[in-house]
Design a protein around this ligand. Structure first.
Ligand SMILES: Nc1ncnc2c1ncn2[C@@H]1O[C@H](COP(=O)(O)OP(=O)(O)O)[C@@H](O)[C@H]1O
Ligand SMILES: Cc1ncsc1CCOP(=O)(O)O
Length: 234
């Protein structure tokens, strides 16, 4: 939520996870992200990176390289086009959209995970989580999720909340976040008529949905409201 360089270090220090998102990148916000990321690393708070439009411009490519090199990232949450840009492979993508290409995403995700020592959560019709030694595929969700701008950014924030309550196991956190998010998308799509009503129903679903999987240390009755309470220190 913060981008002023005067406060981001403090904000990061009172949080339990930091989500860096380069959607509206400029030189000042990049400097602020570097400060926030380093503060989070110092406090051992997990950092989630959403490299929005990573391959779209030289500025974004350089920014992502700088962030990945200087900040310890726990989870890189991206789409296929962004992963291809980070991995330096050919991909036909324009702006923030995933685009199209012909690469083995599991192999690429594993390579990027190893190279930067982080968990890759690459999303699309099928999501892939790779941490360098293990790869998990997550299906589900609904194609409507690809029709609403900001769904990836919101997912990165939700992934940060899951990682906040499981900082020692970001792989499990990313997997559970994706399952949770996809299930919410399916439910919302079942009762919506298009992207407009889907968006509204999806937010309600995120708020009210119970976390059904119990592999993550939650009680069955706990919902996302509890997750948020646990993920904010104050
Ligand atoms: N065709 C699809 N079918 C099912 N789920 C999808 C589809 N497209 C995107 N999603 C879901 O939407 C969410 C956002 O992913 P994505 O659209 O890849 O992000 P981004 O906005 O960064 O491109 C993820 O949970 C993903 O699983
Ligand atoms: C329009 C916009 N503003 C900030 S990021 C962004 C686009 C990326 O959003 P997403 O990839 O989540 O659809």
């Amino acid at each position: 939520m913060g981008e002023a360089k005067e406060e981001v270090e403090e904000l990061a220090a009172i949080s339990r996870a930091l989500s860096l998102n380069i959607g509206t990148l400029n030189k000042d916000t990049l400097d602020s992200m570097m400060l926030a990321g380093k503060s989070a690393n110092k406090q051992r708070i997990p950092v989630i990176l959403d490299p929005v439009g990573a391959g779209a411009t030289a500025f974004r490519k350089e920014a992502i390289q700088r962030i990945l090199t200087e900040i310890d990232i726990s989870v890189l949450r991206c789409n296929a086009g962004e992963l291809a840009a980070i991995g330096g492979v050919e991909w036909a993508s324009k702006g923030v959209d995933a685009g199209e290409g012909n690469i083995d995403l599991e192999t690429l995700a594993t390579r990027v995970a190893k190279e930067y020592n982080l968990v890759v959560a690459v999303t699309g019709e099928t999501d892939i989580v790779a941490d360098g030694s293990r790869v998990e595929k997550i299906t589900g969700g609904d194609r409507m999720m690809g029709s609403v701008t900001g769904m990836g950014c919101l997912l990165s924030a939700v992934t940060a909340a899951f990682t906040a309550v499981s900082p020692a196991d970001p792989t499990a956190a990313a997997i559970e976040a994706l399952k949770f998010y996809g299930a919410a998308g399916e439910k919302a799509a079942a009762s919506s008529n298009g992207p407009g009503s889907f968006r509204e129903k999806f937010l309600d679903m995120l708020y009210g949905r119970k976390i059904e999987e119990n592999s993550f240390g939650f009680e069955k009755e706990e919902g996302v409201d509890v997750l948020w309470q646990r993920s904010s220190r104050y």
